[in-house]
Design a protein around this ligand. Structure first.
Ligand SMILES: Nc1ncnc2c1ncn2[C@@H]1O[C@H](COP(=O)(O)OP(=O)(O)OP(=O)(O)O)[C@@H](O)[C@H]1O
Ligand SMILES: [Mg+2]
Length: 254
């Protein structure tokens, strides 16, 4: 039995008079799932509701069967559900490598006091983390930026660092809000490689993305929102051919 990673049931959220998300239900199966839709469709709001940055007006979210209702964003992260934000949020005083390593802090088994005393076990763990973080930066073509302060990196590189940092924590489910926005073609390809590698290692990914060729390239399943409602879902091919999806996109471009 394959339990879905995430299940949204009747999620609803209004801001003043705006119904940002309206009685929305969907399932995120294992793998890479894309959440797409025109600007203002409610994609980021869905992420904010799932991670309980603010509570829904109604509805529930289940993470591997466990209700997330009433849990704090930190508690939700502690369950293994992590997210990145539409605008990169790196730790500015730390290098790219340190930023990525910092993602693993939930995972470190050696007690903080042992780290402070530089006990051998802590040193081994630190070295292993450093290697893992460096490997990840290599994978996304950022090896040359390893020791660069994160705030000095180009925006695209900052976004990649943020994704690497989230993956270092070995989440069960990772929500990515437009990871390829502002990235050049090479960086976008590195992102695709990284996400595929993460999915192959067992991380389920729900990704909001406007770059349709990236979506078609990496997604196993696509969920389409329009005006806060579920418009369509299915394989990338199904969704691409769906007349309602085509109309929603053409309608907003016009
Ligand atoms: N904190 C907020 N306060 C007021 N209105 C909000 C807030 N967050 C979102 N909205 C409104 O809710 C609707 C959905 O916004 P949301 O940011 O979820 O869309 P989106 O699909 O992520 O769009 P984009 O592709 O442009 O990022 C929009 O009308 C937006 O103006
Ligand atoms: Mg958004």
């Amino acid at each position: 039995m394959n339990q879905p990673a995430l299940e949204a049931i009747g999620l609803t959220k209004s801001f003043g008079g705006v119904r940002a998300v309206a009685d929305l239900s969907f399932i995120v199966p294992a793998g890479i799932v894309a959440l797409i839709g025109p600007n203002g469709a409610g994609k980021t709001t869905v992420f904010n509701l799932v991670t309980n940055l603010f509570p829904p007006d109604g509805g529930d979210v289940r993470f591997y069967g466990t209700s997330l209702r009433g849990r704090t964003p930190n508690a939700i992260a502690g369950l293994g559900l992590l997210r990145t934000f539409q605008t990169a949020r790196v730790f500015p005083g730390m290098t790219a490598l340190e930023n990525v390593m910092a993602g693993a802090h939930r995972h470190v088994r050696v007690a903080a006091v042992a780290q402070m005393l530089w006990l051998p076990a802590a040193l081994r763990e630190e070295a292993a983390l450093r290697r893992e973080a460096a490997t990840m930066l290599d994978l996304v073509g950022l090896a040359r930026f390893r020791d660069t302060p994160a705030s000095n990196l180009p925006m695209g590189a900052q976004k990649l660092v943020e994704v690497c940092r989230a993956l270092m924590a070995r989440p069960r489910l990772l929500l990515l809000d437009e990871p390829a926005a502002g990235l050049n073609d090479a960086e976008t390809a590195e992102t695709a490689t990284l996400l595929r590698a993460a999915a192959d290692s067992g991380v389920t990914i729900l990704v909001v993305e406007h770059n349709m060729s990236l979506v078609m390239d990496i997604a196993d399943h696509v969920i389409v929102l329009d005006l806060g409602r579920l418009l369509a879902q299915g394989t990338p091919e199904d969704v691409r051919r769906d007349p309602r999806v085509i109309e929603a996109y053409l309608g907003t471009e016009a």
